[in-house]
Design a protein around this ligand. Structure first.
Ligand code: MG
Ligand code: MG
Length: 269
């Protein structure tokens, strides 16, 4: 049973998710060739603690770090390491915080330096899948409408959807009901009601959808070794359009000051 949030809870969740959004923007300043994901993890943890919050993932089910850093063919749950980023990599960073008892949870796939055209396309389509999912998160729709919007856009574009990992409700717990799959049928699943807070988080593969877990017990990787992308925002279902609690705006501003264009920003006809 999914619990609807009242106005006070939603404002707390907004603060938590804004802090994650700003943490990711802080990381955007540092993401470039030669930087290690362990360094990014330290920056994130310090930033989160400096803002009066705790990392949401560190210690969660025993996860060892503040960030999940998943590189290229890694889908999600990658562990920060001493391995340096290289030009042409794509780096998915998933970050969570707990602030005033409520979780924030947001993810973004960053290009490192210049990435190739196919990778740009993967990032653009995954971002668009998220936005199409979000636009379906309105009262009266069903959960499957979100799932269908994500899946149909990914597959129409020649990419595939990871099925074993899903979005989720968000609140005092990191993973609350309902599960929000990135695949499904229109008109199926629970009816969406105002006040439902969910994370929508498409994980889209360039190749086949199959994945496996690495021997580290955490990292999920594509079976075929092809790249994967992941974007996530927390939203509140409302009547007309969803209220988006986290934002990529700060990341986009940061990348703009570095003269870096994101794949969905230069796509005007
Ligand atoms: Mg996440
Ligand atoms: Mg999540």
């Amino acid at each position: 049973m999914s619990v609807l949030k009242n106005g006070e809870e939603i404002e707390k969740l907004r603060q938590s998710n804004l802090l994650v959004s700003k943490t990711l923007a802080e990381l955007a300043k540092h993401i470039e060739e030669g930087v290690t994901t362990l360094k990014l993890d330290r920056i994130a943890e310090e930033y989160i603690r400096d803002h009066g919050a705790d990392p949401g993932f560190k210690g969660y089910d025993g996860f060892p770090a503040t960030l999940c850093t998943s590189l290229n063919s890694e889908v999600v749950h990658g562990i920060p390491s001493e391995k340096a980023l290289r030009n042409g990599d794509i780096l998915s960073i998933d970050c969570g915080v707990i602030l005033n008892g409520y979780y924030g949870d947001t993810a973004f796939t960053f290009p490192v330096g210049e990435i190739n055209g196919k990778a740009r396309e993967l990032l653009r389509i995954t971002y668009e899948c998220l936005m199409r999912g979000i636009s379906n998160a309105v009262e009266g729709n069903r959960l499957g409408d979100i799932s269908y919007a994500v899946q149909s856009h990914a597959e129409k574009s020649g990419f595939s959807v990871v099925r074993e990992l899903v979005g989720h409700g968000l609140g005092k717990k990191l993973h609350e009901a309902p599960e929000v799959p990135n695949f499904g049928k229109r008109g199926s699943g629970i009816k969406l009601k105002s006040g439902l807070v969910i994370c929508i988080e498409p994980m889209i593969n360039m190749g086949k959808r199959n994945i496996y877990q690495k021997a580290d017990g955490w990292t999920i990787r594509t079976r075929d070794g092809e790249p994967s992308a992941h974007y996530e925002l927390a939203i509140v279902v409302q009547k007309e359009k969803p209220d988006i609690l986290s934002t990529f705006e700060y990341i986009e501003q940061e990348l703009k000051t570095k003269n870096k264009e994101l794949p969905w920003q230069n796509n005007q006809p």
